[in-house]
Design a protein around this ligand. Structure first.
Ligand code: GLN
Length: 445
C-alpha cells in the first residue's frame, strides 16, 4: 500500500499518538521539573529579590586569581587536553598543600586526581566503588547536599539516610542555636549499616548547617567505618572557611588515611565556582580506580583553568590569601546574623562554610495565599521560601531539598541563606527584612 499517488498527504498522527511514539527517556530524567537552584533563581529574579539562594559568589575573584587565569591561554599547550590525572603544575601544588594539611607526604602522581569540580570527583568515587545490581548502599547524613543522591544512584548504589538531630531540649523556633547543636547519633548511624553498605559520606564544614565536625565526632564516625570496613568519602570543599573552630580532616586520624578519599574544590577555595576544577586525595589504591572512572566520565578537566588554579595556589601563600578570605567571610557571616538578630528571627549560627539556616516557623502564611502549581506540589517548605522571597524581597533555598521524603519534616521551618554575597547585597537584605519586624509583631505565633 502506498500513499505516493494520492492528492492528499497522509493524515498527521494525533498529538497523543505522536507523543507516545517519541523516544522514551530513563524514568530518572523523565520529570521536566526544574532543579531547586534554577527554580529559586528564577523566583528571585521575578521580583528582583536580593539573591541569597544559590551559593555562588556575587563578588569577583581577587585580581591575582583573575590574572592567573587570563595569562594561561598564551601558552599553546594550555589550550589542549590535560592528562586525565591533571596538569602537572596543579598536581604539584595540590601535593604540597595536602602534605601540609594532612601531615604526611602526598605523592601528586599517585595520591591526587583532578576533576571537573568536586561534584564530578564525587561521581567518580561512587562510580569506582559501587556496582550496579549488587545492592550496594551508601550512608548520607541529612541534610545532605542535593547532588549526592543522584550521583549515588547513577553509579548503581542506594542512598541510606541518617539525619543529624538537634538536641530535644533546644527550641530552635525560639532561640538562636549553634551548628554544634546538630549532632549525629552514632548508634543511629551504626544501625543503618548492613552487609551491603560500602561507603559513608561525610561533609565538614557542612552545607547547609555550617557544622564543623569535632575531632571526637570524627573519631566515633571513623570507628564505625573501621568496624564495618567502609570507604569514607569526605567532602571538605569548605575546609578553608571555619570561624574560630578547628577543621579536622578525618584522613588525619589514626588508621583513617587508608580508607578515606578527601574531596576539595577550587571553586570554593578561590571563589570561582564556574571554573569547575576540583580534586580527590587519598591512598593510591583508592585514587587509581577513581581516576579510571573519571577518565571514562569526562576524560579530563579543562586545562587552562587547572593552570590558573595552579598559579593561584602558588601565589595564595605569598598574599596571605586564605587568612584574609576567612576574615572577609567571617564579617559577612556576622553581618547576616546581625540582621536576623535585629529582626528577631532565630537561626543556626554556623561555625563554617557560608550558609545560615534561619528558622521561619513564626512566619504565618495567609490561608488564601496564591501559590503556583509547581510550588504547591513541592510541599510546605517550598511554599515558605516562595512566600518569603515574594513578600520580603530576599531569596533563599528550601533545605527540605537536602532530605529524603521520610525526614523532610525536620527542615520544614528553615530557609537557607548564603552569605557569599557583596556588602551591598547584605545591606539591601537588611533594608528589605525590616518589613519582617512588623510582620512578626502582627503575627504572634
Ligand atoms: N554548592 C552550592 C550551594 O549549595 C551550589 C549548588 C549548585 O548550584 N548545585 O548553593
Amino acid at each position: 500500500m502506498s500513499s505516493l499517488n494520492t492528492d492528499k498527504p497522509p493524515a498527521a498522527p494525533a498529538a497523543a499518538e505522536t507523543k507516545s511514539r517519541l523516544p522514551k527517556p530513563s524514568s530518572m530524567y523523565m520529570s521536566t521539573g526544574l532543579d531547586v537552584w534554577t527554580m529559586m533563581n528564577q523566583i528571585a529574579a521575578s521580583v528582583n529579590a536580593v539573591n541569597l539562594g544559590q551559593g555562588y559568589m556575587s563578588f569577583p575573584p581577587k585580581e591575582f586569581i583573575k590574572k592567573a587565569a587570563q595569562n594561561t591561554f598564551a601558552e599553546s599547550t594550555h589550550n589542549q587536553y590535560a592528562p586525565p590525572r591533571g596538569r602537572p603544575a596543579l598536581l604539584g601544588q595540590l601535593g604540597a598543600r595536602f602534605t601540609e594539611k594532612l601531615g604526611r607526604p602526598i605523592d601528586p602522581n599517585s595520591e591526587v586526581s583532578v576533576h571537573a569540580g568536586a561534584n564530578e570527583a564525587l561521581l567518580s568515587v561512587f562510580t569506582a566503588f559501587l556496582e550496579h545490581c549488587k545492592g550496594h548502599e551508601v550512608i548520607l547524613m541529612e541534610p545532605a547536599f542535593d547532588q549526592y543522591t543522584p550521583n549515588i544512584i547513577m553509579a548503581g548504589g542506594k542512598p541510606v539516610y541518617v539525619p543529624l538531630r538537634v538536641h530535644p531540649n533546644k527550641n530552635p523556633s525560639e532561640n538562636v542555636i549553634s551548628s554544634k547543636d546538630w549532632k549525629l547519633d552514632i548508634n543511629e548511624l551504626e544501625s543503618a549499616v548492613n552487609e551491603n553498605t560500602r561507603i559513608l559520606v561525610l561533609n565538614t564544614p557542612h552545607n547547609p548547617v555550617g557544622k564543623v565536625f569535632t575531632r571526637e565526632e570524627l573519631e566515633a564516625i571513623g570507628a564505625v567505618a573501621e568496624r564495618h570496613n567502609l570507604l569514607i568519602v569526605s567532602d571538605e570543599v569548605y575546609e578553608h572557611l571555619t570561624y574560630d573552630v578547628e577543621h579536622v580532616s578525618i584522613a588525619t586520624l589514626p588508621g583513617m588515611w587508608d580508607r578515606t578519599i578527601t574531596v576539595g574544590s577550587a571553586g570554593k577555595l578561590f571563589g570561582v565556582t564556574g571554573w569547575r576544577v576540583g580534586w580527590a586525595v587519598g591512598p593510591e589504591e583508592l585514587i587509581k580506580p577513581t581516576l579510571s572512572a573519571h577518565t571514562r566520565i569526562v576524560f579530563t578537566s579543562n586545562t587552562p583553568l587547572q593552570e590558573g588554579i595552579a598559579a593561584s595556589l602558588k601565589q595564595a601563600k605569598e598574599n596571605d590569601f586564605f587568612n584574609i578570605q576567612r576574615q572577609e567571610y567571617q564579617c559577612r557571616r556576622d553581618r547576616l546574623t546581625a540582621i536576623f538578630d535585629d529582626v528577631g528571627l532565630p537561626y543556626v549560627a554556623p561555625d563554617g562554610a557560608y550558609y545560615l539556616l534561619a528558622n521561619a516557623s513564626s512566619i504565618r502564611i495567609p490561608q488564601d495565599y496564591d501559590f503556583p502549581q509547581f510550588i504547591e506540589e513541592r510541599g510546605d517548605n517550598f511554599k515558605l521560601v516562595y512566600f518569603f522571597t515574594k513578600e520580603f524581597g530576599v531569596s533563599g533555598i528550601p533545605p527540605t531539598e537536602f532530605y529524603s521524603d521520610a525526614h523532610k519534616n525536620l527542615a520544614k521551618d528553615y530557609i537557607r541563606f548564603a552569605f557569599c554575597k557583596t556588602d551591598k547585597e547584605l545591606e539591601e537584605a537588611k533594608r528589605c527584612l525590616q518589613k519582617l519586624k512588623e510582620y512578626l509583631k502582627a503575627n504572634p505565633s
